[in-house]
Ligand binder design. Sequence first.
Ligand code: BG6
Length: 510
Amino acid sequence: MSHLANQESASPPATIIVIFGASGDLTARKLAPAIFNLSQDQLLPENCFLIGVGRSPMQDNEFRKYLKDSLDQYSRRKIDEENWQKLESNIFFHGGAYDDPNSFNQLEELILGLEKKLQNSAQCLFYISTPPSVFEPILENLGESGLAKRHHGSGFASKVVIEKPFGKDLESARKLNNIINQRFDESQVFRIDHYLGKETVQSLLVQRFANSIFEPVWNRNYVSCVQITVSEEIGVGKRGGYYDKSGALRDMIQNHVMQLLALTAMEPPSSLNPESIRDEKVKALKAIKPLSLKGQNSEVVRGVYTEGLVGGEKATGYLNEDGIPEDSFTETYAALCLNIENWRWKGVPFYMRSGKRLAGKASEIAVQFKRPPGILFGQDERFSLAPNLLVIRIQPNEGVTLYLNSKTPGLETKLQPIQLSFGYETTFGSNTPEAYERLILDALNGDGTLFIRGDEAEISWSLLSPILTYWNEQKTNGLENYSAGTWGPVGADKLLLAKGHEWITGKDYK
Ligand code: BG6
């Protein structure tokens, strides 16, 4: 059963967390802080060990210091010294090449040694947080060494968490799934999309299915369009080498944005069982019509930022960023118009966009309802009848706002949109767990609700791979420029205008 059905998660059995890519950025910024915050909240098992694996050798003590420094820098809470000292002696480092079977045999020795010390068996969580180029050898060696199929009685005692990107197109995602399926049972596999671990994303399911007022209007009879925006102010920073091979479609749309879409569009699941929820997401994704890519009816837009001002600071253009080849045609912005061909959504466009160096950081789902008939109000220009909007703010300023039309005070009848707002921080205070805390805890507990199932990843790629192929053929042809600090290329506005809509996020409704 999903953790969504429980008040609290149970503590998992004795555990050894093995992180591949232990000296990498993600371990320092996200994984180590998540693990130690879980420990601080006493959500980790009494006996919990951490083995970092990396290509360059490191002494255990060096690795411990590296993690401690990372915690001081990135943890959302100050780490309790007493707790750290307890944990420190349970941290080890194992150096070795990812394609060397011997290194995996040594890793197994290390695991067996810890179990001996415990006088008990432990579950192993293998967390693959390396560059994608070594996912395959790691998975293969976990299989060959037997680490993938460790057992406790009749149950599996190994789990594997795989970081994004899960493939770079449909073919590579299928290949990765095949490698995984030959070595693991799907119940052991946890494909990460950190957006699913965000508190507000989980709460989307609660908003939709724990309130009765939304379901009757959540369909083509009342909804005029759905807009999903994941915009960032940051550029590619030091990640130019990775980003240029990826681009906005692979980096953000294929995973984070498609997941937000699936949760918004899916039918109510029959239970909170992880498979029921994932089945419904898959059904919604399968109903999406292939996109038109060419000419007047194109449903895709891509852009790249040129220099501009972001938050008052000068920002350089993408082609001048470190590590970007001068003939690059990678998109830093993508917008799509998707059509979900099912009973609920036929005829309702789902607009999605994501980009770097935009005018603001915002992840939002905006549901725009149809305008009321202009019989009583609306025929006269004093009554500007705005459509009702439900805006679900994933980050920052997490919350939900409903826009309604109201009469302005005064003797004359005038209308104005007003907001009914709920803010997470105002209501619940700050210091909510980070996405990675939720996800690591769920993986330890074997709860796959907030992870991508193999078929989900493939369906998402099958929709987007043709776009990538087309853009690759077109090179710079059709790649629009936008100045850093704006809301993206003009083509993205035209995409909506063609259907009588405008982007909501970034527009001032006050
Ligand atoms: C990552 C992308 O998956 O998500 C990054 O690779 C992006 O390019 C990041 O910046 C955004 O995550 P968040 O949680 O800051 O919205």
